[in-house]
Each structure stands twice: as structure tokens, then as C-alpha cells.
Design a binder for this molecule. Structure first.
Ligand code: NAD
Ligand code: ZN
Length: 261
């Protein structure tokens, strides 16, 4: 992670005004959000100075293989490991002003879609409606056969693995694991939104996980404008038209305030 560029207050305020002006004159605004937007809700990011992986190292990535070879054991381990640092933080988190301001922007007609890499359900809880959770949602389960989703809390875990009430297929937590294909419905929506966007707001993501990082790049190649909101530099900073070097919980409410006037 590169150093913050430590902009002055005036520079940040100027970037916030520029971002608001771009949003005002755009027709189809899509946001790509990442772990950083939930950092102010107390959920640690993976990467970045305070990231879980920065502090503890990256986890082994054999979960998808295990699920395929022994779904019963995978479920037992998943139930046992429901209290990792990230899981606990998500369990107790609430949406922050950044999430609420994004819901306000949607409500006011300034934001047409959110593609989120987050699994924490906080955009939904803040009131956003048009959301694609490209890496799934931790509070849901998904049938690996027909793709049906249901709330985790309504699923009986007496017999493992749980089976789909619709088709009898094996259910898995909706979170997309390393190596697991992204569900088709989510991917199709993301490509469609990237094709429609004339402005992409990239907020709180290190933009290194693909294909998520590809959508703003695709839109930019087609001529869309790009706004980045992140206190630190990322791989997308260089191609962004406006960079707001501030926390999401400060920048997005400030942008929404300007647009309300
Ligand atoms: P990341 O951890 O790779 O990067 C986080 C980014 O957020 C960094 O660029 C950092 O500078 C920035 N950031 C930190 N605090 C911020 C703030 N207050 N406001 C704005 N930006 C801030 O996260 P990623 O790019 O989303 O990708 C990693 C993967 O991690 C995703 O697939 C996601 O599923 C998963 N993840 C999700 C959660 C969650 O659901 N809340 C939490 C951790 C990881
Ligand atoms: Zn099914």
C-alpha cells in the first residue's frame, strides 16, 4: 500500500465539489464499493495499513476444494469458525454515514447501481436497493445447483450439508470463495452496468481483485468518467478523473450534501 498523499483540506474540499459536479451532469452513475466503505463501521479491510491480511498474513485458499470434496466437513468448519475477527466484526456492525449517503444518492436519482465486493449486507441495511453483491452476502445461503438464495438464519443446520428446498441441491454460504466462479446472475448485471455507466465512483477498494476491478476500467475505456474515494492511492488512482483522498464516511455525505442544495 502506497503512502497517503496527505492533501490539504482545501484540496479535499475542491475534489468533493468536482465529484458532485460530475455526478450532477451524468446520466448513469455506478459505484464499485469495497471493504474500505465498511472500515468506519468497525469491519477491518483485508489490505491497507490496518488490514487483517497485512497484520496476520493471507489465509490458505483451499476452501472451495474442500467444499467440493466434502461439503459436510466444510459446513462443520464454517459453523465452528463463525467467530474470526472479520466474522465477529460483521456480526456486530451497523451501516455508517458513507453507506447511508449512498442510499440517499440512489433515492435522489443520482446513483443508478452499486456493485459491491462487500459481503457484510450493510448497503442493504442502509436502504440502498439496486445492489449487486459480486462476492456474495454473508447473511445468505445459495443453492449450488439452481442458484436460489435464502436467508442463512432460516436454514436448518441439523443435517449437513443443508439441501435446497427447491431442487435438493447442496446449499453453501453465498460468499464467493477463492477459486469459486462468480454466480452468473451477478456477473451479467455487472457487465451490463459497466456498459451503461457514464460515471463510475470507486470507493474503498484497493482495486486489485478481478473481475470487480475491471468494471470501472471497462467503463473508462468507453469514455466514462471515474471518481475515486479512498484515503490511499490505488492502482486506479492514475486513471481517475477526480480523486477524493478522504474517508468514505466523510466524502460521500459531503457530496450528497452539495447535491441536495
Ligand atoms: P481491500 O481490503 O483490498 O482494500 C480496502 C481499501 O479501502 C484500501 O484501498 C484502503 O485504502 C481503503 N480504505 C480504508 N479505509 C477507508 C475509508 N474509511 N474510506 C474509504 N476507503 C478506505 O478491500 P477490497 O478492495 O474490497 O477487496 C478485498 C476483498 O475483501 C473483497 O472481495 C471483499 O469481499 C472482501 N472483504 C469484505 C469486507 C466486508 O464485507 N466489509 C471486509 C474485508 C474484506
Ligand atoms: Zn436449488
Amino acid at each position: 500500500m502506497k503512502q497517503s498523499l496527505s492533501p490539504t483540506r482545501d484540496e479535499v474540499d475542491h475534489a468533493i465539489r468536482q465529484a458532485a459536479a460530475l455526478i450532477r451532469r451524468s446520466n448513469h452513475v455506478v459505484a464499485l464499493s469495497g471493504a474500505g466503505i465498511s472500515a468506519e463501521s468497525g469491519i477491518p479491510t483485508y489490505r491497507g495499513p490496518e488490514g487483517v491480511w497485512t497484520r496476520q498474513g493471507e489465509p490458505t485458499i483451499d476452501g472451495w476444494d474442500l467444499f467440493n470434496s466434502d461439503p459436510e466437513l466444510w459446513w462443520k468448519l464454517a459453523i465452528e469458525q463463525n467467530d474470526t475477527e472479520l466474522a465477529h466484526a460483521i456480526n456486530v456492525a451497523s451501516p455508517n454515514p458513507g453507506h447511508f449517503a449512498m442510499a440517499d444518492l440512489e433515492q435522489a436519482g443520482y446513483l443508478q447501481h452499486i456493485i459491491t465486493q462487500n459481503i457484510d449486507n450493510l448497503h442493504h441495511r442502509a436502504g440502498s436497493k439496486r445492489i449487486t453483491e459480486i462476492h456474495g452476502n454473508r447473511s445468505l445461503v445459495r443453492c449450488m445447483n439452481c442458484g436460489a438464495r435464502d436467508r442463512l438464519e432460516t436454514l436448518s443446520l441439523v443435517r449437513l450439508p443443508p439441501l435446497c428446498p427447491e431442487c435438493g441441491g447442496i446449499m453453501k454460504n453465498d460468499v464467493v470463495m477463492f477459486g469459486e466462479p462468480i454466480p452468473d446472475d451477478a456477473l451479467v448485471t455487472c457487465y451490463r452496468q459497466a456498459a451503461m455507466a457514464d460515471l463510475f465512483i470507486v470507493v474503498g477498494t484497493s482495486a486489485v481483485v478481478y473481475p470487480a476491478a475491471e468494471f470501472p476500467i471497462m467503463a473508462k475505456r468507453r469514455g466514462a468518467m471515474l471518481v475515486e474515494i479512498n484515503p490511499f492511492e490505488t492502482d486506479l488512482s492514475e486513471i481517475a478523473d477526480v480523486v477524493v483522498r478522504a474517508k468514505a464516511g466523510e466524502a460521500i455525505p459531503a457530496i450528497a450534501d452539495i447535491l441536495r442544495r
